[in-house]
Design a protein around this ligand. Structure first.
Ligand code: NAD
Length: 267
């Protein structure tokens, strides 16, 4: 029997075949999980549908996490629709974030109030809102909520700016959610990925420098990509991590563990 057979999960954040959410979805499907997807709008739906067909998944729902509960494509309405298809859900992967591209360059000190609130709402608060809305549908045996973070939550990285602040809020949220939901055996974790070439990644100015630096300084000497992130997500959504919650799990080739790089790694 496969590791995820009999498990049902929702994947949020597939933009295309390069998305971290898609890397995770593929691995989970290969290991027997039954998946449903959410997409931000029709533009994303077009790209999602052929990917879903490739893993024989049928269920998808429009959801823009910035919408009010009363709107048809809100988080709350998505769970209403999902509950008509499935009685229970075992896991959710939240792999989405947003900030105005113009503020992912230059200095954080010039961040606008509007973009600060929007970035934190979409990239951090949405996870808490999703956790709350999913509670009535989480399996009676418990479940796993997984989100995606980045090293820029812990320390500064070039041009990450308000997204670093949002990821810090997201990482703090997983600890509070883990405490709230632990008694129902719902585990809440973040996977902190190294740089991956995706649409969202390309919005951050100076990505080439970050890629090169990360792979030269990381102990493993490469930037883990979709396969490694998918494999770690398999661990965090399956029974293999039954004793793990409130944790930020780094899949970055070990980069987070380096304080001062070796001289030769900088040449
Ligand atoms: P991506 O562009 O493939 O995916 C980003 C997704 O966010 C898209 O599907 C988009 O539709 C969704 N999204 C944005 N605003 C939304 C909204 N209002 N409502 C619903 N969905 C919305 O990029 P990705 O790099 O795969 O990003 C996935 C996650 O991984 C993000 O949280 C990102 O911060 C995180 N992450 C990325 C990297 C990297 O280097 N690419 C590294 C660490 C963490």
């Amino acid at each position: 029997m496969s590791l995820m057979s009999g498990k049902k999960g929702l994947i949020m954040g597939v933009a295309n075949q390069r998305s971290i959410a898609w890397g995770i979805a593929k691995t989970l499907a290969e290991n027997g999980a039954e998946l449903a997807f959410s997409y931000q709008n029709d533009e994303f739906k077009k790209r999602l549908k052929p990917l879903m067909s490739s893993i024989k998944s049928d269920n998808s729902f429009e959801c823009d996490v910035s919408k009010e509960a009363s709107e048809f494509n809100s988080i709350e309405n998505m769970f209403e629709k999902l509950s008509k298809v499935w009685n229970e859900i075992d896991f959710i992967v939240h792999a989405l974030a947003y900030s105005d591209k113009e503020e992912l360059k230059g200095k954080y000190v010039y961040c606008s109030r509007e973009n600060f609130l929007n970035s934190l709402d979409i990239s951090a608060f949405s996870f808490t809102r999703i956790a709350k809305s999913s509670l009535p549908f989480m399996s009676s045996k418990g479940g796993s909520l997984l989100t995606l973070s980045y090293l820029g939550a812990e320390r500064t990285t070039p041009n990450y700016n308000v997204m670093g602040v949002a990821k810090s809020a997201l990482e703090a949220s997983i600890k509070y959610l883990a405490m709230d939901l632990g008694k129902d055996n719902i585990r809440v974790n973040a996977l902190s990925a190294g740089p991956v070439k995706t649409l969202a990644g390309a919005a951050i100015s100076g990505a080439r420098h970050v890629f090169r630096y990360s792979e030269s300084v990381a102990p493993l000497k490469f930037n883990p990509q979709l396969k490694e992130v998918g494999d770690a997500a398999l661990y965090l959504t399956s029974e293999l991590s039954s004793g793990v919650t409130g944790n930020v799990h780094h899949v970055d080739g070990g980069l987070h563990s380096v304080a001062i790089p070796k001289q030769e790694n900088l040449e």
